[in-house]
Ligand binder design. Structure first.
Ligand SMILES: [Zn+2]
Length: 143
């Protein structure tokens, strides 16, 4: 994650805060069901347990994913999946910081626009294209 001055970073946490807070209980759910969580470069990373199994089975619209970013939270199937997708998911964290709590709506609308043009809601979504390109540039796996 890009290093910002403390005051600016605090504003970014607040700007994205409603989404992050909404999904904060996932950390406890993961921990209580065999997974875990930790802070990594200013982001709460959650893995395993029911959360990991849920991601592995598939989520609405996206299907099975290695990891997913929700505000300043990244949930993954396992610590290894989080490691492998870190660059990709940090691009989504930056996108959340750009759009704030509106990002899920902006992401969905961009995906619908791609779908209406005959593409995939996920693969042709410009926010996914950006994340894949930056991850590929750093030679990381994509999700
Ligand atoms: Zn992505």
């Amino acid at each position: 994650m890009k290093k910002n001055p403390f005051g600016w970073q605090l504003l970014l946490y607040l700007w994205v805060g409603p989404i992050t807070l909404l999904c904060l209980p996932l950390a406890l759910l993961a921990k209580w069901t065999g997974g875990g969580y930790h802070l990594h470069t200013g982001v709460l990373e959650i893995w395993g347990g029911w959360v990991g199994r849920w991601l592995d089975r598939g989520i609405p619209l996206l299907g099975a994913v290695n990891a997913i970013t929700i505000g300043h939270i990244v949930a993954g199937i396992s610590p290894q999946h989080l490691h492998n997708s870190r660059v990709h998911e940090r691009v989504h964290v930056a996108q959340f910081e750009q759009w704030g709590f509106l990002f899920p709506l902006v992401y969905l609308l961009a995906g619908i626009k791609a779908r209406l043009r005959g593409g995939s809601l996920y693969w042709d979504n410009p926010y996914e294209i950006e994340a894949r390109a930056k991850a590929a540039a750093k030679d990381q796996h994509v999700t």
